[in-house]
Design a binder for this molecule. Structure first.
Ligand code: DQA
Length: 161
C-alpha cells in the first residue's frame, strides 16, 4: 500500500500493526544542542518523527516519551503492559546506574531493544557497563539516529517471528 504524506509517497505495511513504546531517558530532550559532536545535530523531535515514519513503513505504531526522572521511566515501562508489544529504549545515563529500570524491563517481560546514539564502548569506562543489557533482546550503539532506526527494525522483525 502507498500513502501520500505531504507530497511524498511512503510505503505503508499491510501487516497487523504492532504498538511500540519509544522511551528516551535523561538529557535526551536537549538533543541537537547537547554535545553535537557526540550526539549529532538532530533534535529529539526529529528522531521521534524519523521513528514514527519508519514505523509506518514497518507496520508499527510508535509512541514516543521522554523523561529526566527515573521513576517516570519506570512508570512508563509498567504502563506498557497491555498497551505496547515492544519497547525501544535509550535510557541515557540511567543505562549505567539504574537497577530500577532493569528490574522494570524484566518485570513486564515486554521485548525491548536498547539503543545508544554514541558507541558507549569507545567512551569513558563508566559507560561500558549497561545494567539494562542483560534483560533486553539486543543492543545497538554508535550509529547516531540510525541506532534507533536499526533498533526499531530489529524489534519489529523479532515480534513478527
Ligand atoms: C547515550 C550514552 C550515555 O552514556 C549517555 O549518558 C547519554 C546518551 C547515547 O545515546 O549515546 O545520555 O545513551
Amino acid at each position: 500500500m502507498n500513502v501520500l504524506v505531504v507530497g511524498k509517497s511512503v510505503k505503508v505495511s499491510n501487516l497487523t500493526p504492532v504498538s511500540i513504546l519509544l522511551l528516551h531517558g535523561p538529557n535526551l530532550n536537549l538533543l541537537g544542542q547537547r554535545e553535537p559532536g557526540i550526539y549529532g545535530s538532530l533534535s529529539l523531535q526529529d528522531i521521534n518523527n524519523l521513528l514514527i515514519e519508519t514505523g509506518q513503513k514497518l507496520g508499527a505504531e510508535v509512541s514516543p516519551m521522554q523523561s529526566n526522572h527515573e521513576g517516570a521511566l519506570v512508570d512508563a515501562i509498567h504502563g506498557s503492559l497491555g498497551l505496547h508489544q515492544g519497547i525501544v529504549i535509550n535510557a541515557g545515563a540511567y543505562t549505567h546506574t539504574s537497577i530500577a529500570l532493569r528490574d522494570a524491563i524484566a518485570a513486564v517481560n515486554i521485548p525491548t531493544v536498547e539503543v545508544h546514539l554514541s558507541n558507549i564502548y569507545r567512551r569513558e569506562e563508566f559507560r561500558h557497563h549497561s545494567y539494562i543489557a542483560p534483560v533486553v533482546i539486543g543492543q545497538i550503539s554508535g550509529f547516531g539516529a540510525q541506532s534507533y532506526v536499526l533498533g526499531l527494525q530489529a524489534l519489529v522483525h523479532h515480534l513478527r517471528q
